[in-house]
Ligand binder design. Structure first.
Ligand SMILES: Nc1ncnc2c1ncn2[C@@H]1O[C@H](COP(=O)(O)OP(=O)(O)OP(=O)(O)O)[C@@H](O)[C@H]1O
Length: 241
C-alpha cells in the first residue's frame, strides 16, 4: 500500500503548486485524478514518481518511508512505480516487442545490450505483457505502424515489464478516438483486477473516469478537494474542480 501524507511542492523561487495532499493507494485500485488545467495533476504524478522533489510530507510505500531513504528510496520508487508521461513515444523503426524490451534494459548486462542478445526470460516477460495488452499479433509490427491506442498500450507494457506494482500515467487517452480510449482504459482496469496493479491516471474526461475508476480524486489550485468512489459525480462535486 502507498500512503501519501501532507505532500507539498514549492517551486524554488516560485509558487507553491501542491499543498496538504493526503490519500492512500490500495493494491489493485484504479484512481483517476481530475482537475482544471494548472491545478497540479501532472506535478502530483511527477512527485509520486520522484521525478520532482517534495517540499514537505511523507511518502510510505509498503511500509518504507521513502523520503528518509535518499537514493535508496528513489531506487525503490523507480523499481516499483512505473511512470508514463503524456504521449509517450516509441521508437518507430523498432518492433513493438523491441520497444517493450527497452523496459528491461536497466536489468540487462552491458554485453547483452551491445550484442543485442535477448535473455529468454526477458523475451517471455515482454511477450507476456504484450499479450496482456491484447496485442500479441502486433508484437513484430514496427512502432510507427501502430495506431495511437496500440502505441499507448505498448508504452504501458514497456513501463510495467520490469515488474512494477503501480502505474502512474498522465492522460493515457488524450488524443485517442473513443474506441481506442475505451480499449486502453479496459486494459488498465483488467490489469488492476487480475494482477493487483494499482493505477493512478490523470484523466480530463469525467465520464471515462466515472466509468472505469474505482476512485476519483480531484485537485483545485494544488489542493485535494475531492476523494470519492468511482461513480457519477454530482453537480456540486464537479463545481469543486
Ligand atoms: N517548473 C515549474 N516552474 C514554475 N511553475 C511550474 C513548474 N511546473 C509546474 N508549474 C506550475 O504548477 C502548476 C501545476 O502544473 P501542472 O502541470 O501540474 O498542472 P496540470 O493540472 O497537470 O495542468 P494541465 O491539465 O494543463 O496539464 C501550474 O500553475 C504550473 O504553471
Amino acid at each position: 500500500m502507498i500512503k501519501v501524507d501532507q505532500l507539498s511542492k514549492q517551486i524554488p523561487g516560485g509558487p507553491k503548486v501542491l499543498s496538504g495532499i493526503s490519500f492512500n493507494i490500495e493494491p489493485g485500485e484504479f484512481i483517476a485524478v481530475k482537475g482544471a488545467s494548472g491545478s497540479g495533476k501532472s506535478m502530483l504524478l511527477r512527485c509520486l514518481a520522484m521525478r520532482e522533489s517534495w517540499s514537505g510530507g511523507s511518502y510510505i510505500v509498503d511500509g518504507v518511508d521513502i523520503l528518509k531513504k535518499g537514493l535508496l528510496g528513489k531506487m525503490k520508487i523507480r523499481r516499483e512505480i512505473a511512470y508514463l508521461e503524456e504521449k509517450p513515444t516509441l521508437i518507430g523503426k523498432r518492433t513493438a516487442l523491441k520497444n517493450v524490451l527497452i523496459g528491461t534494459t536497466h536489468q540487462t548486462p552491458i554485453w547483452r545490450r551491445v550484442t543485442g542478445m535477448i535473455r529468454s526470460d526477458d523475451y517471455m516477460g515482454a511477450m507476456d505483457m504484450i499479450e496482456k495488452m491484447g496485442l500479441l499479433e502486433k508484437a513484430h509490427q514496427k512502432g510507427d505502424k501502430l495506431s495511437g491506442g496500440e502505441k499507448q498500450r505498448i508504452a504501458m507494457a514497456r513501463a510495467l515489464v520490469h515488474g512494477a506494482k503501480t502505474l502512474l500515467t498522465d492522460e493515457p487517452v488524450s488524443g485517442l478516438d473513443p474506441h481506442a480510449a475505451e480499449q486502453v482504459l479496459s486494459d488498465l482496469k483488467k490489469m488492476c483486477q487480475t494482477q493487483g496493479i494499482s493505477v493512478v491516471a490523470v484523466m480530463h474526461q469525467g465520464d471515462w473516469a466515472e466509468r472505469f475508476a474505482d476512485r476519483i480524486i480531484g485537485l483545485n489550485n494544488g489542493k485535494l478537494v475531492l476523494d470519492i468512489k468511482g461513480r457519477k459525480m454530482t453537480e456540486r462535486e464537479k463545481m469543486l474542480l
